[in-house]
Design a protein around this ligand. Structure first.
Ligand code: 13P
Length: 286
C-alpha cells in the first residue's frame, strides 16, 4: 500500500528507526526490495534518482514502482531521489510518485531556497511531503568511488542556515552533509554526530542521510539515535549484485543464460537489504 513520506518518518521517530530508502532503477532491485519490506512488514521508501535516467527513465520504471507499491502488503513510499529541477519532480508526480526530493544543494543558497519553495507549493497541491538538501554531499549514486570530500567539514551543513531554510520552505525532511559520501568508500566516513543532533534540534524535522550504504551497524544506530530517520542506500546493494554475478560465472562458467545472472543479482540484493533492515529497524523486525 502507498503511505506518505511524513507517515513513514513518523514511524521512524516513534520507534527510533531509520527508514530504508532504496534506489531501485532495475526490476531486480525493485522486486527484491519490496520482498524485504513485505517479509518484515515495515514502512520503506523506494526511490528513483535522476542520475539513473540512463539506466531506466522515470516514465519506464516509475509506473512499475507505483503499481507494485500499491499492490504490496507493506507500507511503501514512492519517492523521486535527487530531482535536480522542478520539472523532474513534476515528471515523478505525473507517473504517480507520492513524494520527492528536490536537490538544489549545488546551487547558490537563494536559488536553492526559491526552487525548493516552488516544489513544496506543488507538493502541497497533492498533499505530498518534500525532502530538500542543504550542504554538499560528495560523490554521486552512479557506482563510482568517492574519495574526495571525506571529512571536509567546509562541505557540511550549517545549522543556522538549515534552521532558516526549513522555516522558510516548510520541507518535511532535510538531507544534510555531516560526513557520509555517495558511492564506494575508499576511506572511512568521518561522521560528525554532534552536528546531526544540532541539525535535528535546530530544524525540528527528521534528518536524511545520503551516502547511506557502506556504514557499520554501530554507525547507523548512532546516527539514528541523533536524529537521522531516512537512510538512502544504493551502492552496496548494487555491489553485492555484481559480486554474485561474478561468483556465478566462476561457479558455473558454462552459464550462457542472462536470466540466471538476473536471478543471482536479485537474490544478492534481497540478502543485502535484509541485513540492512535488521539494523535500521532494530527491535521491529524478526
Ligand atoms: P550510497 O551511494 O551510499 O548507496 O547512497 C545512495 C544515496 O544517497 C542515494 O540518494
Amino acid at each position: 500500500m502507498l503511505i506518505g513520506l511524513k507517515e513513514a518518518l513518523e514511524f521512524g521517530e516513534k520507534n527510533n528507526c531509520g527508514i530504508a530508502s532504496i534506489n531501485t532503477p532495475t526490476l531486480e532491485m525493485l522486486v527484491a526490495t519490496i520482498k524485504v519490506a513485505e517479509r518484515h512488514n515495515i514502512p520503506l521508501i523506494i526511490q528513483h534518482a535522476e542520475v539513473h535516467e540512463s539506466v531506466n527513465t522515470i516514465e519506464n520504471i516509475g509506473p512499475a514502482m507505483v503499481e507494485l507499491a500499491k499492490r504490496s502488503s507493506a507500507p511503501l513510499v514512492v519517492h523521486v531521489d535527487h530531482g535536480e529541477t522542478f520539472d523532474y519532480v513534476k515528471r515523478g508526480f505525473d507517473v504517480g510518485f507520492n513524494s520527492a526530493m528536490y536537490d538544489g544543494s549545488r546551487l547558490p543558497y537563494e536559488e536553492n531556497l526559491a526552487t525548493t519553495k516552488r516544489v513544496v507549493a506543488l507538493a502541497n497541491e497533492y498533499g505530498y511531503g518534500i525532502e530538500a538538501e542543504l550542504g554538499v554531499m560528495p560523490g554521486r549514486e552512479d557506482g563510482a568511488d568517492s574519495t574526495t570530500g571525506i571529512g571536509d567539514e567546509s562541505l557540511y551543513t550549517d545549522p543556522d542556515l538549515a534552521a532558516e531554510f526549513v522555516a522558510q520552505t516548510g520541507v518535511t525532511a532535510l538531507a544534510c552533509s555531516f560526513g557520509t559520501v555517495h558511492g564506494l568508500y575508499k576511506a572511512d566516513p568521518k561522521i560528525n554526530y554532534e552536528l546531526i543532533s544540532t541539525l535535528r534540534q535546530r530544524t525540528g524535522v527528521p534528518i536524511v542521510m545520503h551516502g547511506g550504504s557502506g556504514l557499520s551497524p554501530a554507525e547507523y544506530r548512532e546516527c539514528i539515535s541523533r536524529g537521522v530517520k531516512k537512510i538512502n542506500y544504493y551502492t552496496y546493494a548494487d555491489k553485492a549484485a555484481l559480486e554474485a554475478v561474478k561468483q556465478l560465472l566462476v561457479d558455473k562458467p558454462d552459464t550462457y543464460v542472462f536470466v540466471a545472472a538476473a536471478v543471482a543479482a536479485g537474490l544478492a540484493i534481497e540478502k543485502n537489504i535484509d541485513t540492512l533492515v535488521q539494523c535500521l529497524y532494530e527491535g521491529h523486525v524478526n
